[in-house]
Design a protein around this ligand. Sequence first.
Ligand SMILES: *Cc1c(COP(=O)(O)O)cnc(C)c1O
Length: 350
Amino acid sequence: MSTAKLTIDLDALVTNWRSLDAKTNCETAAVVKANGYGLDVTRVGKALAAAGARNFFVAAAEEGVILRRALGAGPGISVFSGHMDGDTKLLQEFQLTPMVNSLDQLLRHFEHLPGHPFGVQLDTGMNRLGMEPAEWGAVRDIALGQGPVLLMSHLACADEPGHGMNAHQLKMFRDMTDGIEVPRSLSATGGLLLGPDYHFDLCRPGIGLYGGLPFAQAMPVVRLDLPVIQTRDLVPGETVGYGNMWTAQRPTRIATVAAGYADGLIRAMGNLDMGAGGIQVFAEATPCPVVGRVSMDLITVDVTDIAEVPASLSLINEVQTVDVVADAAGTIGYEILTSLGHRYARTYKG
Ligand SMILES: *Cc1c(COP(=O)(O)O)cnc(C)c1O
């Protein structure tokens, strides 16, 4: 079989959710936007709901619809983009809770869905989503009069614990919400790990559930095994792949492996100078450097140092996590996860 195999460990996902939950005294929700960070929102959502997660967050109402169909009635599903023009029917029919971001959204919500649950998203300095202090000051009495279920904001620098922005946003959030009798949420994975000051009533981890930094103790959730299609032997001076980017310095055995940038193996990760510092694939525990350019469907690997080339080589595993792969590509684990391609044969454990 020439399709690469992506194994998603739902038990590890659940363990990560429980580990994060154990770090706080507040509720732990689950962020499952972008199809559960690329891992399948239906399976991820069901596994977490079975483990006890009661609230989920998605980016758009359409994502909420898919999740609601998977989970059935009961769990809360909140939408970060709020109540957009055209969302009303979906929000109502699928019992989705918009986190309204502006006065416009607030008015739209009150006009079209009076009495339907909503939360309010506040901007404490990230300048991305939510009401800024002045806007909030002007509308807060009206908003609070309608009984929001959550007041939330989002941290810009929580993956850098020493960053001054964290304390700044915490103070802003407190200034905007202290004394209000509505549940509050400030933190995603990074903020949860900053400690109790950042926990409030509910934390909203995403990446940590899926095994990514900044949750360094996370269990790996994703494993990627790539079938070897062909091997060949090169004499010194021969080159490999597009642009002749890599030249054999010694008699070299090259394995050609089925997966490339169309499968989310970002091309930048293969743009190496003689294989130094880039990603590897593993034959059991033995690392073999990826050499030459990443192509659309293929990568090439120096397997000279292993006695017998196995049928498949692993690219994402316990040693080379999504974050290690991300580093080699100049990106972050989030982007590696959400880029994992549709061609993989996906297997779910647990
Ligand atoms: C994506 C997102 C989260 C989850 O963030 P992680 O860093 O993946 O834990 C939480 N809140 C908001 C508003 C988000 O956009």
